[in-house]
Design a protein around this ligand. Sequence first.
Ligand code: NAX
Length: 327
Amino acid sequence: SKKPVRVAVTGAAGQIGYALLFRIASGEMLGKDQPVILQLLEIPDEKAQNALKGVIMELEDCAFPLLAGIEAHSDPMTAFKDTDFALLVGARPRGPGMERSDLLAANAQIFTVQGKALNAVASRNVKVLVVGNPANTNAYIAMKSAPDLPAKNFTAMLRLDHNRAASQIAAKTGKAVADIEKLAVWGNHSPTMYADYRYATIGGQSVKAMINDEQWNREVFLPTVGKRGAAIIAARGLSSAASAANAAIDHMRDWALGTNGKWVTMGIPSKGEYGIPAEVMFGYPVTTENGEYKIVEGLEIDAFSQECINKTLNELLEEQNGVKHLL
Ligand code: NAX
């Protein structure tokens, strides 16, 4: 049988953590033949550490055959020791009266510390996924704080946006969500993201031709996908958790195990593709194979798409500029 791999999860006692850990432990992320050791990080606060203990008791009570170990941590320097996969979920939420710049600064602090810890103690091949918001900028900060690790190993979660877009297209066309191929989401995980179905197909047929309604694209589809998180908060009184955990599982599984040519969306550091400045943590369509992702290149960017990409890029550049002095 396979040797266990180490999976670190931060914010492990939070909402997303509760929807995520049990699925990782049951083999849904890395395969039903891959044992895992969970290295769980929470803030030192007594309430958070107690809540983490409770989650660990429940994990134990599942008696998962693939769960080879569970550790509780309050320090990233121990939580990330030798870790092969790191899911950075915990982040500072915006509190009452908090300005956007305060939020960026508070998170910059967290992700600088965690990036340095990964740099110091994680496996040299660690695959990092940042979920905690602002996800792209937090991933950028962690990457910049870990100069000894390959930059390409740092990614941000755009997969929830990708899955939300797929589900809206399935509903509109009356087709199965599983049959949608070649969907792309560009940019920031925020309402400015650009979900792009110009190249998408279902059963080999063009989705754009099937829908044939540019007004729906611009006035219904894009706002619906962009504001989906807010709609869920309004309905549930809490932010997306199970769907966010599911997207994190999809992202890591596809990165580790490959997509067989299928396009998925990942937030990754640009190397200048599609005119995005180098190092910007940007949502791109990718395929994956042998643990590596590859950007889908050569797609034509029309005027409307360029406008959308510029908007989400400008937002990201503003976020990045807002934290530069802290790095
Ligand atoms: P919760 O507030 O339920 O849980 C967050 C947990 O993280 C808390 O238990 C907290 O104690 C812990 N935490 C905070 N700072 C930490 C640190 N420095 N080290 C370790 N743990 C820390 O939030 P939850 O609903 O689980 O959401 C977590 C994050 O995901 C938020 O930042 C949220 O905005 C973000 N999301 C990102 C999404 C994406 O698509 N990229 C979608 C869902 C979600 O909104």
